[in-house]
Design a protein around this ligand. Structure first.
Ligand code: ADP
Ligand code: ZN
Length: 217
């Protein structure tokens, strides 16, 4: 299956993607993770995007599209993929359609996670991430078992630079202005699945899997 996850920052795209990967056996492609890895590795791409990401702004479309096109050439994408955080603008969505049509492929479904700004701010300022494995926690709803240590790595979990409140509000605003128009874009294509993401995470996963089951048949 070829899937896209849409939703405001903090809507739970990354967490949902990890659950879907386990059920569907397709790679999870997060452009945000790819950029953060590039920053950590100090590559040329990392140097270009570091300050942009820290400020909560969007990386220019040309850079994002190029990174994605390269990623889609890898063998593991033949069986499908789950995009998380891409496309984020209408030009990116148009480019994705073009990249896919070159290999005679198209998206099967786009899952849009609906959430309000206040819930986003509450979730993200309580979010922690393991600096080693990237596992995501929430100090209120999904804390690590042992104090502030990652369950898998025993490393202290940290707040992402861009999860500070003023940056979160800026990211939400950008989502509203630039990404939300994609909901209509994909609705018109007839592949949109809208779900309320202000619910218990396991219920959300179940609902999404039910809806995807109908797409497959
Ligand atoms: P979020 O929690 O906001 O969804 P991500 O991990 O997806 O965070 O992205 C982190 C940052 O990486 C974004 O704020 C942005 O600067 C950059 N980024 C990621 N994906 C894209 C994209 N498709 N287009 C532009 N910028 C992107
Ligand atoms: Zn870890």
């Amino acid at each position: 299956m070829r899937l896209v996850l849409l939703g405001a920052p903090g809507a739970g795209k990354g967490t949902l993607a990890k659950d879907l990967v386990n059920h569907l056996n397709i790679p999870h492609i997060s452009t945000g993770d790819m950029f953060r890895e590039a920053v950590a590795a100090g590559t040329e791409l990392g140097r270009k995007v570091q300050s942009i990401i820290q400020s909560g702004a969007l990386v220019p479309d040309e850079i994002v599209n190029q990174v994605v096109e390269e990623r889609l050439k890898k063998d593991d994408c033949r069986s499908g993929f789950i995009f998380d955080g891409y496309p984020r603008t209408v030009p990116q969505a148009v480019t994705l359609d073009e990249i896919l049509s070159k290999i005679s492929a198209k998206l099967d479904a786009v899952i849009s996670l609906e959430i309000s700004e206040e819930v986003v701010v509450k979730r993200l300022t309580n979010r922690r991430v393991c600096p080693k494995c990237g596992r995501i926690y929430n100090m209120i709803s999904m804390p690590p078992k042992n104090d502030e240590l990652c369950d898998d790595c025993q490393v202290k979990v940290v707040v992402r630079d861009d999860d500070r409140e003023e940056v979160v509000r800026r990211r939400y605003r950008l989502y509203h202005e630039l990404t939300e128009p994609l909901v209509d874009y994909y609705r018109k294509k007839g592949i949109l699945i809208q779900v309320n993401s202000e619910v218990d995470h396991q219920d959300l996963v179940k609902k999404v899997l039910d809806r995807l089951e109908k797409v497959r048949t």
